[in-house]
Design a protein around this ligand. Structure first.
Ligand code: FAD
Length: 577
């Protein structure tokens, strides 16, 4: 049942599990743990319901879902020294379904080597690629694309799940630019090879216009639309309360296990306590999970002392190791009418596209962010790349894993987006001493490691090489903005790297892939926050599930990795009772 008011809950006790945060991971756990009709679960979500919100349903409206909306926590980073002291909105879903309700829907699992590294680092073979693949399949129901086109040869069926919960489909609307991108790939195939399915564990290469997104029947498939669909929500043992902002968790008896969750509703002063007999599971996302932990006295003892919060457990790693993917865009003039600008800024075009979507959930609005995605390595024969590897090692998890993601963006001009998937920089989430329960201080630390400046240089050069394919001569106009400055800086001696660095520092943005603030580490290790079974170290009754548990950020967009972690976490939890 879905409740808006705590007064309507059948009781405030008697739950086996309380899940804090009805986001990507939280909805999976709520669903899986209530498969046993004898297990009672309360899911607490701070945000509103996702239902009937057009901006959360129409795939092409994903950019309208955040920032500065009721479905976003509307955080702002602190001043970022690595990017010209800029600050920017840091987006995190604040709605049932969490970030899966507001994200750009790209479905990418990362490389097999990402999970093999996780299993090595956490010293638990259960997190290896081989062991995690069944959980990807358990999550996924691979469905026909919105336009119903024939998909043979556009993906590898063996890789996908057909009987899961969360809809995934290939791009369901083609743009004229897709064929040009594919031609550029074939012209430069050594550097930009074709890959049939980047979700096979071997992602290197680019697809030919059939990117994979969490879209089902032309609409967004989120953790809320899938794992909390009516058929599950009607379970008598599943209770979901929205507008429930959790402040802290605590033991009912001092020194005992964590069994009490304290929350408020809609900014009211009055707090409400609820009790769990088995466990409290924090799924509040990478920013809010450490925020709740520290407010509960679980964190760095010296920081807690300054904040005047009673220490429950000294865990210095809480809130550290914040990792994210830095991105930038290069744009070129292009004369085309089938662009997103046409359907968004042109009122007739927008009305027609919306009418088509409303009518039968097809057309340009049924499509995701981009039709083509590339996962690429930096050019290892380049002495500059070799020099980076000598200084920092290869930051990719293995030789079959990418350093960057490259994708075209059919905005209006032609844009290429490059995303640095293997960051060396780390940031943090800390409480604001002036207002500990209020919004935390979020530092994403972009380019604070010189390694990332050097890696992004190489990523930009790779983007420019893609844009130099012969096909573009006839089909692209002049480079726009800072990209022109970079190209013009080459006066015979090669591109001036200080111009590239200046462009990167001035224009880099985040793709909101926050990860790592409650990192998984081996049982008994002094560093880290959770053990490989996702239990908070040294604290009874408390686990964390979500993007915050990755010690290294996966080399992909994060929702599929989070879904797999949450599916496996459900099995781990079930098997411990
Ligand atoms: C704008 C945007 C675009 C993205 N694009 C993509 C993409 O295209 N593809 C992709 O794979 N990934 C993408 N991501 C990343 C991906 O969606 C997230 O990494 C992933 O969904 C995180 O899952 P999670 O369960 O850790 O957290 P979330 O899904 O964010 O869930 C956390 C939940 O906890 C709730 N919560 C937080 N604090 C409290 C509290 N105190 N009390 C109660 N509830 C609380 C939140 O409201 C939220 O519902 C994007 C993310 C964003 C924000």
């Amino acid at each position: 049942t879905l409740y808006s008011n705590a007064e309507d809950l059948p009781s405030l006790a008697g739950f086996d599990y309380i899940i804090v945060g009805g986001g990507t991971a939280g909805c999976v756990l709520a669903n899986r743990l209530t498969e046993d009709a004898n297990v009672r679960v309360l899911l607490l979500e701070a945000g509103p319901s996702n239902r009937n919100v057009l901006d959360l349903m129409v795939p092409a409206f994903s950019s309208k879902a955040t920032p500065n909306t009721p479905w976003d926590w509307n955080f702002t980073t602190i001043v970022q020294s690595g990017i010209n002291n800029r600050t920017f909105p840091y987006q995190q879903g604040h709605v049932l379904g969490g970030s899966s309700s507001v994200n750009s829907m790209l479905y990418t699992r990362a490389s097999a080597e990402d999970y093999d590294r996780l299993s090595r680092v956490a010293e638990d073979s259960g997190w290896s690629w081989e062991k995690v693949v069944p959980y990807f399949k358990k999550n996924e129901i691979f469905v026909a694309p919105a336009d119903g086109h024939q998909t043979n040869g556009q993906y590898d069926p063996a890789v996908h799940g057909l009987h899961g919960v969360n809809g995934v489909s290939l791009a369901g609307f083609s743009f004229s630019v897709d064929a040009l991108v594919t031609q550029a790939m074939s012209e430069l195939h050594d550097e930009f090879p074709f890959v049939l399915d980047y979700n096979s564990g071997k992602p290197l290469g680019m697809d030919e216009g059939w990117s994979q997104s969490t879209i089902r029947n032309g609409a967004r498939s989120s953790a809320a639309t899938s794992y909390l669909a009516d058929s599950y929500l009607k379970r008598a043992n599943l209770h979901v309360l929205i507008h429930a902002h959790v402040l802290r968790v605590s033991p009912e008896t001092t020194g005992g296990k964590i069994d009490k969750v304290t929350f408020t509703q809609l900014g009211r002063k009055k707090t409400i306590d609820v009790k769990a007999s088995r466990e409290v599971i924090l799924c509040a996302g990478t920013i809010n999970t450490p925020h709740i932990l520290i407010n509960s006295g679980i964190g760095d003892a010296s920081a807690l002392k300054v904040l005047n919060i009673t220490l429950v457990k000294d865990l210095p790693s809480v809130g550290r190791n914040l990792s994210d993917h830095a991105a930038l865009i290069g744009s070129w003039d292009r004369n085309a009418t089938d662009t997103l600008a046409h359907w968004t800024t042109n009122t007739t075009g927008a009305a027609e596209a919306l009418a088509q979507w409303t009518d039968n959930q097809t057309g340009p609005f049924a499509n995701g962010l981009t039709n083509q995605v590339g996962f690429l390595r930096l050019n290892e024969s380049s002495p500059d790349v070799q020099a980076i590897f000598e200084m920092y090692g290869d930051l990719a998890p293995g030789p079959s894993a990418p350093h960057i993601q490259l994708f075209p963006f059919n905005s209006g001009p032609f844009s290429l987006s490059v995303v640095l998937l293997t960051p060396h920089s780390r940031g943090s989430v800390q409480l604001n001493p002036a207002d500990p329960p209020g919004p935390p201080l979020v530092d994403i630390g972009f380019y604070t490691s010189p390694a990332d400046v050097l890696l992004m240089r190489q990523a930009v050069l790779k983007m420019l090489r893609f844009a130099s394919a012969p096909v573009w001569k006839q089909n692209l106009g002049v480079p726009l903005g800072g990209i022109a400055d970079i190209i013009n800086s080459d006066v015979g001696a090669g591109i001036d790297m200080s111009v590239v660095d200046a462009y990167a520092r001035a224009t880099t943005f985040t793709v909101n892939h926050a990860a790592g603030t409650t990192a998984m580490s081996p049982r008994g290790a002094a560093w880290g926050v959770v053990d490989p079974d996702l239990r908070v170290k040294g604290v009874k009754g408390l686990r964390v599930v979500g993007a915050s548990v990755f010690p290294f950020i996966p080399t992909a967009n994060l929702q599929a990795p989070v879904y797999a972690v949450a599916e496996r976490a459900s099995d781990i939890i079930k098997s411990s009772y």
